[in-house]
Design a protein around this ligand. Structure first.
Ligand code: ADP
Length: 512
């Protein structure tokens, strides 16, 4: 106890006693123990002092001429500022009535004269500890109250946003992808009634062919905890197919892990965009082809020789026209693929041969950029459209070279996947075996938030990439489309400043 008293040097004790010897004795004793002591001889002075600067504890004499201790204590307890201060009575009268009265007016303890040092200190220490704990509890209680209040407010805000959001929103469990709640916008978009959705799993509901993908994406969410603007096809109750962008967050609902799905219906935007892009592309193709023809004629010197400045301008015009033609061709290619106008002509083809052909095709570009190409092929048969796969591999190699620095190495290889992480990307339900092709560079890398986005149309890490690197922002979208039409998967892992690895997982020919 004594030690504890020593450990609380800051405790501030007010002693109110009309007997100067007592005052002196108590003050000296307490000061020596490290307490901060204020002493007064009158009840009224004590009340003023306590009100002005509330102490941690008050030692109060019962017998004082002007205002006795009980009355002083009553005043203390009637004042909000001093109510909670523990009051220990000091009394020479040991009789029962005094003690009862002392507790009745709000005292917490009493000490009888003559004082026993150890006892006085033990009592003071006890009550300071109790008061300290009380204060802690009070503060904790206030914090909890505030938290409850904040939560209630946040919940109210969320509920309002959920109900009135123009975006379709749904909450589903992660374990089963079972709907817990959906908002009115979701019901409007899907055409379903609340009862037809809530309580059912995503797979039970006929939301179209991408539903399995949504359920899988929710599972995948456990690794990333949030996904943004993933594009899905969504069938309404009446069979209408809509394109939605889905953002998913993991949330905890009373201990149940759930996914908060926020959709953005982009069907109309997409239709207009596609219509516009395809119209513009078709309109651009003919004039661009004839411009290129004219530039070729000029370059061949058939219309007379150009001076060096003329040749420089011609070269700029040719590079830019080539880029525009590439862009238009890519747009039309992607559009035809998406609308199913391009069929994959799948045959048994040799993976090693494909990798070597792709590497040879990119050799000149690699040399020009002073990048070393290393191929590590595997002799295995794929069930694929060789032209389209070549298009995918050369595109990935071209990117790897483009974003590498002179002296870097780009490796292309293929292997049967053994890594669990990769296995999870395989379609578990199918018994098909897969080949994993990797294109690894030591280039500038891709920021984490762009790893998925770059597979979307016109998405580039840097807006200047198309200008500086001659790209169109469509290459990876085309690659993804081709790979998907082979029932395969494409993804990328990257470390900024260290390089990127693109993975292409493809089914092997069934004879393998
Ligand atoms: P682009 O024609 O611009 O290359 P892509 O669709 O092929 O279009 O690629 C989209 C963007 O992804 C690129 O502009 C670049 O920002 C990024 N990217 C693709 N591959 C790599 C890579 N190997 N290293 C770094 N960034 C890359």
């Amino acid at each position: 106890m004594l030690n504890q008293s020593l450990q609380s040097p800051k405790a501030d004790i007010l002693v109110i006693d009309d007997t100067p010897e007592n005052l002196h004795l108590l003050s000296a004793m307490l000061t020596e123990q490290g307490y901060k002591v204020r002493s007064v001889t009158k009840g009224s002075t004590g009340l003023r002092g306590a009100n002005a600067a509330p102490p941690d504890l008050i030692l109060l004499d019962v017998n004082m001429p002007e205002m006795n201790g009980y009355v002083v204590c009553q005043h203390l307890k009637a004042n909000d500022r001093t109510r909670e201060i523990p009051v220990i009575f000091i009394s020479a009268l040991g009789d029962v009535l005094d003690k009862v009265k002392a507790f009745a007016v709000g005292g917490v303890d009493y000490i009888t004269k003559p004082f026993h040092l150890e006892e006085v200190l033990a009592r003071i220490d006890n009550h300071l500890t109790i008061r300290k704990l009380q204060k802690q509890l009070q503060a904790q209680n206030e914090r909890l109250q505030q938290e409850i209040h904040d939560r209630a407010k946040a919940e109210e805000k969320f509920t309002k946003a959920f109900r009135s959001s123009p975006n379709p929103i749904a909450i589903a469990t992660v374990s089963e992808a079972r709907f817990i709640d959906v908002n009115p916008s979701f019901l409007r978009m899907s055409g379903y009634l609340l009862d037809e959705v809530v309580g059912h799993t995503i797979t039970e509901l006929d939301f179209g062919k991408d539903v399995g993908a949504i359920a899988k994406t929710i599972q995948l969410l456990l690794e990333t905890s949030s996904l943004h603007n993933q594009e899905f096809e969504f069938s309404t109750k009446f069979g209408e197919v809509k394109t939605i962008l889905l953002s998913i967050e993991l949330i905890d609902l009373s201990g149940v892990q759930c996914a908060l799905l926020i959709a953005n219906d982009i069907t109309e935007r997409k239709r207009l965009e596609n219509e516009f892009i395809s119209l513009v592309s078709h309109e651009l193709r003919t004039p661009l082809t004839s411009t290129m023809g004219a530039l070729d004629l000029l370059g061949a010197g058939q219309l007379g020789n150009l001076n060096p400045q003329g040749q420089k301008f011609l070269s700029i015009a040719t590079t830019n026209t080539e880029r525009l033609i590439r862009l238009v061709n890519d747009i039309l290619d992607l559009e035809r693929m998406k609308s199913g106008k391009i069929f994959m002509r799948k045959v048994n083809c040799n993976a090693a041969q494909l990798l070597i052909t792709a590497t040879e095709a990119m050799q000149a570009m690699a040399e020009k950029s002073q990048v070393k190409l290393i191929v590590n092929a595997i002799n295995i048969q794929l069930w694929a459209d060789p032209d389209r796969l070549l298009q995918t591999l050369t595109n990935l190699l071209s990117n790897a070279i483009k974003f590498s620095a002179p002296g870097d190495t780009v490796k292309i290889g293929a292997a049967l996947p053994d890594d669990e992480n990769v296995k999870s990307k395989e379609n578990e339900s199918a018994t098909t075996k897969h080949l994993l092709i990797t294109i690894q560079d030591e280039g500038r890398g891709i920021p984490e938030d762009k790893l998925q986005l770059i597979f979307e149309r016109f998405q580039q890490v840097d807006a200047s990439d198309s200008r500086n690197k001659g790209g169109t922002g469509l290459g990876l979208a085309i690659c993804r489309n081709i790979v998907q039409q082979h029932d395969g998967k494409i993804w990328v892992q990257s470390i900024l400043g260290e390089g990127s690895t693109f993975y292409v997982l493809l089914p092997l020919a069934s004879s393998q």
